[in-house]
Design a binder for this molecule. Structure first.
Ligand SMILES: [Zn+2]
Length: 320
């Protein structure tokens, strides 16, 4: 039995964030054998960040006594535009990286095969394999944070699109000539469904409704993505903001469902903390709007379950 265990490969996942790099070693069931963090250190250049990744990996290996021969490979999720085929960070503004051959550099130093993908894609794969999507073969993760990000898993595999530059779901337009987006277009999904958009709408509505109960606790300067949900039961203005948000979120999700027809859409990011207060009305609206909605089992809209762990888990899953 002990011999058999040794044959079962283990997987290293690395998730690069602006401040911290998260690492895990997991088995094929997603059970954590080791977990650790290290400072990103990208301000000291790509090679310094690479050294930190290597230190993180070697630390986890020595802590657990797992041998390199037991590791199938190292998966890395990195923000920015990623060429996953060549393992190159094409551009990552926040990390100051430009055409940086990250996979090769890490592989040379740790002596293991390395695969690289975009951090949002890694999170989608992590949720699909080990989180809210694990019962399904086709899933989409939509993260509702500063922007709207996400990833698409079809038949258990990550769909990255041409040049692995696809699935920028936040930059699909849902209102032509709508709100100006940072990407240059107008009316992008993320201009209506990000936490930032929800806060913008809340500020506007508070200013327009001096009698709203939200003023009891908040000013337009102190609102968060939670504010309208907190007052939705008791205050008409807050209720209206939540309904507005649900409408646009369901619109963007319905577009994705009509194209990819996943079994489940998983919501991550700060706004998803609202749980069923958000997922239930969105699921209802999506069910009503999707093409041929009556003909098939309804698409489920659920809260993602792995939170900030999803990226490292999904990166590890690149070798499964
Ligand atoms: Zn955009």
């Amino acid at each position: 039995m002990e011999n058999l265990k040794n044959f079962v490969k283990k997987f290293i996942g690395v998730d690069i964030g602006g401040m911290t790099i998260k690492g895990v070693i997991i088995n094929h069931l997603g059970e954590v054998l080791s977990r650790n963090d290290i400072v990103t250190g990208a301000e000291n250049g790509g090679d310094a960040m690479c050294s930190n990744i290597v230190t993180l990996i070697n630390g986890m290996l020595s802590e657990t006594g797992v041998l390199k021969s037991e590791i199938a490979g190292v998966g890395i999720g990195c923000p920015g535009l990623i060429d996953s085929k060549n393992g190159t960070v094409v551009f990552a503004g926040n990390l100051g990286l430009d055409y940086y051959p990250l996979a090769q550099k890490v592989s040379d130093k740790v002596g293991l095969p390395v695969k690289l993908t975009n951090d949002a894609n890694a999170a989608a794969l992590g949720e699909a394999k080990f989180g809210a999507g694990k019962k399904y073969t086709d899933s989409i993760l939509v993260t509702l944070g500063t922007g709207v990000g996400g990833g698409i898993v079809i038949d258990g595999n990550l769909f990255e699109g041409g040049n692995s530059a696809g699935t920028e779901i936040g930059h699909t337009v849902i209102v032509a000539d709508g709100v100006q987006c940072t990407c240059g277009r107008k009316g992008c999904f993320e201009c209506y469904s990000s936490a930032s958009a929800l806060m913008r709408k809340t500020r506007e509505e508070m200013k327009n409704n001096a009698s709203s109960a939200m003023w009891n606790t908040y000013t337009p300067e102190t609102v968060s993505g939670k504010t309208p949900f907190e007052y939705a039961e008791t205050d008409e203005t807050a209720r209206g903001i939540v309904d507005w948000y649900v409408k646009y979120l369901a619109c963007g999700i319905t577009n994705l469902v009509n194209v990819f027809r996943p079994q489940v859409v998983m919501l991550g990011g700060g706004v998803s903390e609202q749980g069923e207060k958000l997922t239930e009305p969105v699921q209802k609206l999506v069910a009503r709007e999707i093409f041929a909605g009556m003909s098939f089992a309804p698409v489920k809209v659920v809260k993602a379950t792995l939170g900030s762990k999803a990226g490292a888990f999904g990166a590890a899953a690149l070798f499964m």
